[in-house]
Design a protein around this ligand. Sequence first.
Ligand code: M6R
Length: 611
Amino acid sequence: MCGIVGYIGARRAEDVLLDGLRRLEYRGYDSAGKATVQGEAIHVVKTPGKVVHLTEALARTPAPGSVGIAHTRWATHGEPNQANAHPHLDCRGELAIVHNGIIENYDRLKRGLIERGHAFRSDTDTEVVAHLIEEYAAKLPLEEAFLAALRDVVGTFGIAVVSRREPRKLYAARRGSPLVVGVGVNGEYFLGSDPAALIPYTRDVVYLGDDEAVVLTDEGMETFSFDRTRIQKQREQINWTVDEIERGRFPHFMLKEMTEQPSVIVNSTRGRLDVDNGLAKLGGLKDVDDRLRKIERLSLVACGSAYLAAMVGEYMLEEYAEIPTETELGSEYRYRKPILDPGREAVIAVSQSGETADTLGALREAKEKGALTLGIVNAVGSTITRETDAGVYLHAGPEIAVASTKGFVGQLSVFALLTVLLGRQRRMSQATGSRIAAELAALPAKIERILAQSDRIKALAKKYANAQSMLYLGRKYNAPVALEGALKLKEIAYIHAEGYAAGEMKHGPIALLDPSFPVLAIATKDSIYEKVKSNLEEAKARRAPVIALTNEGNDELVRIADDVIFVPRTIEMLAPILNVIPLQLFAYHMAVARGYDPDKPRNLAKSVTVE
Ligand code: M6R
């Protein structure tokens, strides 16, 4: 989704801005632009398409200045063309603005501004803010005008503004759309909608909260609320390295991140597993331990892959911790007037980025209704981590590829830990706790064995690369994994794929099957294996090509299926962690075989910060 970068200091702003934009490319966007200020002049350059086009345009017309803002736009209001790209200017070109989020009342504001003589150059919602500030700035100092305009706006924003009236100042503010200030050495400041933009320059950061604004100058930074009350902010340290956000020897981030999955299990369980005593220790939940012991119901809220990980979590928590659990889409939960039982219910927001607007909306709904709120999040310091009562980090490291892979596996690992924690607080035996813990600890080596099959899966992908549609089947713990496999294929290979709980096939999708409609069935040896095997036979009887995913040593599916992928065995509740990996690899190799860039799928954004 949209990205913001800002800079004030002694360097050439353009270099820092372009570098930052490149680091935000993974978020998905369709145009880019920048504004730098020097003396009385604002230099704006914007281009449709990729940052490389902006770079080329800037090479032709380099602009001076050591203060500036830049943006990658993911179109919401208006086509992805040059006019709609950010930054946007006011009528007189006095100020330039970049914006992430949606101004919900832009239509009404725009009509009023036009009546009062403002001329608009774009179809965006963002441009109204530039004109609003302009209008207030006719009577007020710029800082007050900026805040007054923000008070008029309904919706979500991360916003940054530079002006030739105050050429050595950078204004920024947030409501619902993340912004982080990087504090550099020698009085320079960086601004980013994602810490990835700042990491090469500083690890010292200040996260802006909702309804907070900041003014960055050569003298320092000041943070305040929209009514101008000063706010003291804490500096925090980012602990990722530049290597973690760079691709290194890998052709794509997605491949790099899939390859990192053994260490995701190691890192997400480090210091948290006590195999001998069958316990899980989650420091982030220590403060709410008493409340957790009283919980009688759990709601898991999430979107996309995180939602599917939560569905697996629901199976784990109900079977082993014996807590009634419901998984809900954030986008539905927030509007469906959920009935909560505060005191006895916890709501867990599951999100890799910690910024997904719908998940955040659901979390706020739960908070308002008085539930204990928890987060299962990867991105340290993200909004969800700051708005929940307590939470557990994945420690999976930054996930750059739009398609979530290691984030999903990290979420499953944390759900397993949470299941042991809550289960042992209730009726789970030490032996069961120890068995789960020992199996979790054994997963990294097993994941390595699956990753070693990448070339075989690549060959399989070549065979199926021309498929128009696919059906993914799985049951019980693996039903959500089938959905995740289908989601991955849709997202990056642009193949229509249906994910189904295998038992449902005969209730509808079986009608689709014919020799051109491959079926991928997860049929690992578990309590429901024989049933899935029957579904697989049913698909074969309709002459659908069948790819079976089963356990090493189970050769009986070779007879039924056209192709078989073998994975190591583990206990049923942890099988999704292994079974999803060949599906990720398959989608990745399908995308590459079809000539697509899996890291930058069309129309998608990494972190969906608008509704
Ligand atoms: O950052 P989140 O986990 O909250 O993101 C949720 C979804 O937007 C995300 O999982 C999306 O479905 C991915 N593109 C899946 O690969």
